[in-house]
Design a protein around this ligand. Structure first.
Ligand SMILES: [Zn+2]
Length: 405
């Protein structure tokens, strides 16, 4: 099958029915595209949503997710032009911002009107970078592939290293995120559990929708957050139907008739109630979507339990961009970013023997020391080029960013 044959042809018809001024979420398009080729797909998705609904109902609102689901992520940067090849620093910033949003710790929560404040989700799911490659060597979970395909993000080739894309890492245990050109109309898509074959499960995002823009210089990470919501089983808050009879299956998001664009002011009403348009699962601007509801977070956690039970079970080596939410913290590194020297602070005050190693982004060991430590240890770093490194202490690992001048 040719690369463009996979999906690009289906775009035209879908766009005609959509009021699009800019790039947006491709979820509806993907479902329609796939459903036209697989007559049983819609039935299957409906059954899955029913399973999720009845599991939520059975829990009676008391569902307690596994304490802290931390999902290991592998980023595949499949780039054609240099601007598409987002740097390690940008990707780390994206992941940190995503974690703040999922933890309800984003600084723009002031946009949530009083009436919805008590519904803000405050934790349940977090993300970290895969800390090992498939052979067990240290890695930072970012794979880079140069491709010749234009709009590779909409192509079959994306999922095959041999065809100029990048093979998924075990999708039952990792969330695969492909950063790849998806053309001028789509910002990305996240696949509901069961929507696509296992090797295509994950998230695809156009780098144009993530790159820092404007004066702030901050990364724009909300496409990732929105698509992660789909990947974890969430539907749009208006649920793709404008007659007020369909619901997103979440009790604490009000019934809504249509999506919102831009940055509306509260209140906006439809279907007889005020709309939660500042929700991550609406279509407003990045800077104006700021919350998941508690019900949505419960649904995402339940969807992991039901459909992706091996995700986030904690057996993978995981690198946290910021360590605050991690349960097990045998050591911390500071300052981070660092230059010239670092201090390792060990949780265990008693002295423990082991090996400290430092690996560069390609997995090459650049520094190694054997010894016994407890408390704190200052290390003078060797001459290192700026970038992202992994520092390991026996079985655990941390990310270290080495700053430039
Ligand atoms: Zn969407």
């Amino acid at each position: 099958m040719s690369s463009t044959g996979y999906v690009a042809l289906a775009l035209g018809g879908w766009l005609m029915g959509t009021a699009l001024g800019a790039q947006t979420c491709g979820q509806e398009w993907l479902v329609r595209y796939l459903a036209a080729r697989d007559t049983r797909l819609e039935d299957r998705l409906a059954r899955q949503q029913e399973r999720l609904d009845s599991a939520m109902e059975a829990s009676g609102g008391t569902f307690a997710p596994r304490a802290g689901v931390v999902i290991p992520v592998v980023f595949h940067v499949v780039w054609r032009t240099p601007e598409e090849n987002l740097s390690d620093e940008v990707i780390l910033a994206l992941l940190e911002a995503m974690n703040r949003d999922f933890a309800g710790q984003n600084e723009d929560l002031w946009r949530v009107p009083e009436v919805f404040r008590s519904r803000i989700a405050s934790g349940g799911i977090q993300f970290c970078l895969a800390g090992q490659d498939p052979s067990g060597n240290p890695s930072i979970g970012i794979i880079r592939v140069r491709t010749d395909w234009k709009e590779v993000g909409l192509s079959e080739a994306l999922y095959h290293t041999q065809a100029g894309g990048s093979d998924a890492r075990d999708p039952e245990r990792y969330l695969n995120i492909w950063i790849a050109d998806t053309g001028e109309f789509i910002c990305g898509f996240g696949t509901y559990p069961g929507l696509v074959p296992v090797e295509r499960q994950g998230i695809v995002v156009d780098p144009d929708c993530l790159r820092p823009a404007g004066q702030s210089g901050k990364v724009r990470h909300r496409t990732l957050v929105h698509e992660a919501g789909h990947y974890l089983g969430l539907r749009h808050v208006w649920e793709d139907n404008e007659d007020c009879t369909t619901d997103d299956g979440v009790a604490d998001t009000p019934l809504q008739q249509h999506p919102y664009y831009g940055c509306p002011t509260h209140p906006q009403s439809s279907c007889g109630s005020d709309d939660m348009f500042m929700n991550f699962m609406d279509y407003v601007d990045d800077s104006c979507m700021v919350m998941f509801s508690r019900g949505q977070m419960e649904r995402m956690c339940m969807s992991v339990e039901l459909f992706r039970p091996r995700l986030g079970t904690g057996v993978e080596v995981c690198l946290a961009p910021s360590g605050q939410w991690q349960k097990r913290r045998p050591f911390e590194v500071f300052p981070n970013p660092a230059k010239g020297w670092i201090v390792l602070s060990f949780e265990d005050r008693s002295v423990v023997a082991g090996v400290l190693q430092l690996f560069d982004a390609s997995g090459r060991c650049v520094w190694r020391r054997k010894g016994a430590w407890g408390g704190a240890l200052r290390i003078d770093l060797p001459e290192l080029s700026p970038g992202v490194y992994v520092i390991t202490w026996n079985e655990t690992a941390r990310l270290l960013v080495v700053a430039g001048d």
